[in-house]
Design a protein around this ligand. Structure first.
Ligand SMILES: CC(C)(COP(=O)(O)OP(=O)(O)OC[C@H]1O[C@@H](n2cnc3c(N)ncnc32)[C@H](O)[C@@H]1OP(=O)(O)O)[C@@H](O)C(=O)NCCC(=O)NCCS
Length: 156
C-alpha cells in the first residue's frame, strides 16, 4: 500500500458555541466536545485508510480550559501513528479569540480501526513521516500503542 503523509488526512472542524452545547455552569458541555472530537478523528482515519472506521479506544482526553457561549471553537485532527489495522489520531481543540489568537483547551488521542466490507479490521497504509515533529509524535504514539497492547493482554 502506498504510504500517505500526515498532511494528507488532516481535518479541521469549527464551531460557534450555542446554548445547545452548554452545560448548567454556562460552559461547553464535555460530552458535546467528545462527540466533535470523535467525528474529527473518524474523518482523519477515513482519509488515511480510505475505509470506514470505528473508534476502538479513547485513552487520553485532557480538558485544559473552558469554553463559553459564543466562543469560536476550532478542532484540529491529525494522524500520529499507523499500525496494521489501527491508527492513532490526535485532536487538539482551541478557542479562537477575535484577534485570531488560539488557546488550547483540550488534547485527545483516539485509536481508530479500519473496517472491511464485513466490518472486520483491515490493513491501513503506512504513514510517511516528513518533519522531526512528526517523527517525535510517532515515537510517542508507538509507546502508547505498545502500552495499550500490554494493557489489553492483561485484560485491563
Ligand atoms: C475495535 C474492533 C473493531 C477491534 O476488533 P478486534 O476483533 O478486537 O480486532 P483486533 O484484535 O485485530 O484489533 C484490531 C486493531 O485494533 C487495535 N485494538 C483493538 N482493541 C484495542 C484496545 N482495546 N486497545 C488498543 N488497541 C486496540 C489492535 O491493536 C489492532 O491494531 P493493529 O492491527 O494496528 O495492531 C472491535 O473491538 C469493535 O468493533 N469494537 C466496537 C467499536 C465501536 O463500536 N465503536 C464505537 C463505539 S460507540
Amino acid at each position: 500500500m502506498k504510504p500517505k503523509t500526515v498532511d494528507f488526512s488532516r481535518a479541521t472542524q469549527v464551531q460557534v458555541l450555542t446554548q445547545g452545547s452548554i452545560n448548567g455552569y454556562n460552559r461547553l458541555f464535555g460530552g458535546k466536545l467528545m462527540e466533535w472530537i470523535d467525528v474529527v478523528a473518524a474523518v482523519v482515519a477515513r482519509r488515511h485508510s480510505g475505509k470506514n472506521v470505528t473508534t476502538a479506544v479513547v485513552d487520553t482526553l485532557q480538558f485544559k480550559g473552558a469554553a463559553h457561549p459564543n466562543d469560536t471553537v476550532v478542532l484540529e485532527g491529525y494522524i500520529t501513528y499507523a499500525g496494521k489495522t489501527s491508527m492513532e489520531v490526535c485532536v487538539k481543540t482551541y478557542i479562537e479569540a477575535l484577534s485570531g489568537e488560539q488557546t488550547l483547551i483540550n488534547t485527545a488521542y483516539i485509536v481508530m480501526v479500519a473496517l472491511d466490507q464485513n466490518e472486520k479490521p483491515t490493513l491501513v497504509p503506512p504513514l510517511k513521516l516528513i518533519s522531526d515533529e512528526e517523527e517525535y509524535e510517532w515515537l510517542m504514539a508507538e509507546k502508547r500503542y505498545n502500552l495499550r497492547k500490554k494493557r489489553r493482554q492483561e485484560n485491563y
